[in-house]
Design a protein around this ligand. Structure first.
Ligand code: SF4
Ligand code: SF4
Length: 171
Protein backbone atom coordinates (compact mmCIF):
# COMPACT_ATOMS: atom_id res chain seq x y z
CA UNK A 1 0.00 0.00 0.00
CA UNK A 2 1.41 3.37 -1.06
CA UNK A 3 1.86 5.93 1.70
CA UNK A 4 1.05 9.50 0.75
CA UNK A 5 2.88 12.15 2.71
CA UNK A 6 1.15 15.49 2.64
CA UNK A 7 3.43 18.48 2.74
CA UNK A 8 2.31 21.16 5.15
CA UNK A 9 1.91 24.52 3.47
CA UNK A 10 4.33 27.08 4.84
CA UNK A 11 2.45 30.11 6.12
CA UNK A 12 3.54 33.61 5.25
CA UNK A 13 4.22 36.21 7.92
CA UNK A 14 0.72 37.79 7.42
CA UNK A 15 -0.98 34.38 7.58
CA UNK A 16 0.90 33.58 10.79
CA UNK A 17 -0.62 36.66 12.44
CA UNK A 18 -4.16 35.22 11.80
CA UNK A 19 -5.60 38.74 11.68
CA UNK A 20 -7.23 38.20 8.29
CA UNK A 21 -8.76 34.87 9.42
CA UNK A 22 -10.11 36.43 12.62
CA UNK A 23 -11.62 39.23 10.55
CA UNK A 24 -13.22 36.69 8.16
CA UNK A 25 -14.74 34.86 11.14
CA UNK A 26 -16.14 38.10 12.56
CA UNK A 27 -17.69 38.92 9.17
CA UNK A 28 -19.50 35.56 9.16
CA UNK A 29 -20.84 36.22 12.69
CA UNK A 30 -21.94 39.71 11.68
CA UNK A 31 -23.62 38.35 8.56
CA UNK A 32 -25.68 35.89 10.67
CA UNK A 33 -26.52 38.58 13.25
CA UNK A 34 -27.83 41.03 10.63
CA UNK A 35 -29.72 38.32 8.77
CA UNK A 36 -31.43 37.14 11.99
CA UNK A 37 -32.30 40.69 13.03
CA UNK A 38 -33.81 41.50 9.64
CA UNK A 39 -35.61 38.16 9.21
CA UNK A 40 -36.34 36.54 12.62
CA UNK A 41 -38.64 33.95 10.98
CA UNK A 42 -35.57 32.38 9.35
CA UNK A 43 -33.85 31.65 12.69
CA UNK A 44 -33.21 27.93 12.98
CA UNK A 45 -33.35 27.72 16.81
CA UNK A 46 -36.44 27.56 19.07
CA UNK A 47 -36.91 30.24 21.73
CA UNK A 48 -37.45 27.62 24.47
CA UNK A 49 -39.32 27.66 26.86
CA UNK A 50 -41.56 30.37 25.33
CA UNK A 51 -41.60 28.53 22.01
CA UNK A 52 -41.97 24.75 22.05
CA UNK A 53 -41.23 22.28 19.31
CA UNK A 54 -44.29 20.40 18.01
CA UNK A 55 -44.48 16.90 19.49
CA UNK A 56 -45.44 14.03 17.15
CA UNK A 57 -48.87 12.48 17.77
CA UNK A 58 -47.31 9.11 18.63
CA UNK A 59 -44.91 10.53 21.23
CA UNK A 60 -45.25 8.84 24.64
CA UNK A 61 -45.51 11.65 27.18
CA UNK A 62 -46.82 11.99 30.76
CA UNK A 63 -49.68 9.68 31.69
CA UNK A 64 -53.31 10.60 32.29
CA UNK A 65 -56.17 8.56 33.74
CA UNK A 66 -59.31 8.57 31.64
CA UNK A 67 -62.80 9.13 33.03
CA UNK A 68 -66.27 7.71 32.39
CA UNK A 69 -69.17 9.83 31.22
CA UNK A 70 -70.26 10.36 34.86
CA UNK A 71 -66.71 11.73 35.52
CA UNK A 72 -65.77 8.75 37.71
CA UNK A 73 -62.40 7.10 37.16
CA UNK A 74 -62.43 4.52 34.38
CA UNK A 75 -59.72 2.33 35.90
CA UNK A 76 -61.03 -0.92 37.40
CA UNK A 77 -57.87 -1.59 39.45
CA UNK A 78 -57.22 -4.80 37.54
CA UNK A 79 -53.44 -4.36 38.11
CA UNK A 80 -52.52 -5.34 34.55
CA UNK A 81 -50.55 -2.15 33.98
CA UNK A 82 -48.67 -2.49 37.27
CA UNK A 83 -47.89 -6.15 36.48
CA UNK A 84 -46.60 -5.50 32.98
CA UNK A 85 -44.60 -2.39 33.92
CA UNK A 86 -40.91 -3.34 33.52
CA UNK A 87 -39.77 -0.49 35.78
CA UNK A 88 -42.28 -1.40 38.54
CA UNK A 89 -43.16 2.24 38.93
CA UNK A 90 -46.96 1.93 39.10
CA UNK A 91 -48.47 1.46 42.55
CA UNK A 92 -52.19 0.75 42.85
CA UNK A 93 -54.31 0.15 45.94
CA UNK A 94 -57.75 -1.18 45.06
CA UNK A 95 -61.00 -0.53 46.93
CA UNK A 96 -64.42 -2.15 46.61
CA UNK A 97 -66.92 -0.32 44.44
CA UNK A 98 -70.29 0.68 45.80
CA UNK A 99 -72.43 -0.26 42.80
CA UNK A 100 -72.73 -3.67 41.03
CA UNK A 101 -71.29 -2.30 37.77
CA UNK A 102 -68.29 -0.88 39.63
CA UNK A 103 -66.78 -3.84 41.39
CA UNK A 104 -63.38 -2.28 42.10
CA UNK A 105 -61.69 1.06 41.69
CA UNK A 106 -58.24 2.39 42.58
CA UNK A 107 -58.13 4.20 45.89
CA UNK A 108 -54.47 4.97 45.28
CA UNK A 109 -52.74 5.09 41.89
CA UNK A 110 -49.25 6.52 41.66
CA UNK A 111 -46.63 6.57 38.92
CA UNK A 112 -43.00 7.33 39.69
CA UNK A 113 -41.91 9.29 36.63
CA UNK A 114 -38.25 9.07 37.62
CA UNK A 115 -38.37 5.29 37.28
CA UNK A 116 -40.69 5.18 34.26
CA UNK A 117 -38.93 4.37 30.99
CA UNK A 118 -41.85 5.55 28.83
CA UNK A 119 -42.21 2.20 27.12
CA UNK A 120 -46.01 2.50 26.88
CA UNK A 121 -46.64 -1.09 28.02
CA UNK A 122 -49.14 0.11 30.62
CA UNK A 123 -51.24 1.75 27.91
CA UNK A 124 -51.04 -1.36 25.73
CA UNK A 125 -51.98 -3.69 28.61
CA UNK A 126 -54.99 -1.73 29.86
CA UNK A 127 -58.16 -3.55 28.78
CA UNK A 128 -60.43 -0.54 29.20
CA UNK A 129 -58.54 2.45 27.83
CA UNK A 130 -58.15 3.87 31.32
CA UNK A 131 -54.60 5.13 30.93
CA UNK A 132 -53.09 7.10 28.07
CA UNK A 133 -49.72 8.72 27.40
CA UNK A 134 -50.79 11.43 24.99
CA UNK A 135 -50.58 14.54 27.17
CA UNK A 136 -47.64 15.88 25.11
CA UNK A 137 -46.09 16.87 28.44
CA UNK A 138 -42.41 16.13 28.91
CA UNK A 139 -41.12 15.39 32.38
CA UNK A 140 -40.73 18.72 34.10
CA UNK A 141 -37.82 19.76 36.28
CA UNK A 142 -38.53 19.35 39.99
CA UNK A 143 -36.61 20.02 43.19
CA UNK A 144 -37.46 16.84 45.07
CA UNK A 145 -37.75 13.16 44.20
CA UNK A 146 -41.27 13.07 45.72
CA UNK A 147 -42.48 15.67 43.21
CA UNK A 148 -41.95 13.16 40.41
CA UNK A 149 -44.33 10.66 42.00
CA UNK A 150 -47.67 11.57 40.48
CA UNK A 151 -50.75 10.61 42.48
CA UNK A 152 -54.28 9.74 41.40
CA UNK A 153 -55.58 13.31 41.69
CA UNK A 154 -52.82 14.60 39.43
CA UNK A 155 -53.27 11.81 36.88
CA UNK A 156 -57.07 12.21 36.85
CA UNK A 157 -56.75 15.90 36.05
CA UNK A 158 -53.76 15.69 33.71
CA UNK A 159 -55.77 16.29 30.53
CA UNK A 160 -54.25 18.92 28.27
CA UNK A 161 -56.37 21.56 26.59
CA UNK A 162 -58.23 20.16 23.62
CA UNK A 163 -58.01 16.50 24.74
CA UNK A 164 -61.18 14.81 25.91
CA UNK A 165 -60.86 13.39 29.45
CA UNK A 166 -63.75 10.97 28.81
CA UNK A 167 -63.12 7.67 27.11
CA UNK A 168 -66.04 6.04 25.34
CA UNK A 169 -66.82 2.35 25.72
CA UNK A 170 -68.48 -0.21 27.94
CA UNK A 171 -66.23 0.02 31.01
S1 SF4 B 1 -44.59 3.64 30.39
FE1 SF4 B 1 -43.61 1.66 30.82
S2 SF4 B 1 -42.30 2.08 32.55
FE2 SF4 B 1 -43.69 3.80 32.41
S3 SF4 B 1 -45.38 3.31 33.79
FE3 SF4 B 1 -45.95 2.55 31.76
S4 SF4 B 1 -45.25 0.43 31.70
FE4 SF4 B 1 -44.21 1.42 33.40
S1 SF4 C 1 -55.15 1.56 34.31
FE1 SF4 C 1 -56.04 -0.10 33.12
S2 SF4 C 1 -54.59 -1.80 33.34
FE2 SF4 C 1 -54.12 -0.33 34.95
S3 SF4 C 1 -55.25 -1.07 36.72
FE3 SF4 C 1 -56.52 0.47 35.68
S4 SF4 C 1 -57.82 -0.72 34.32
FE4 SF4 C 1 -56.14 -2.07 34.91
Amino acid sequence: MAIIVLKKKKLTFIENLYILEVFKGLMITLHHLIRNLLKPSGIMTYQFPEEKKAIPATYRSEHRLMLREDKSIRCTACMLCATVCPAKCIHIEAAEGETPNKEKYPEKFTIDLLRCIYCGYCVEACPCDAIRMDTEKLVSAEYTREAFIKNINYLKANHPKGKNPISEGIY
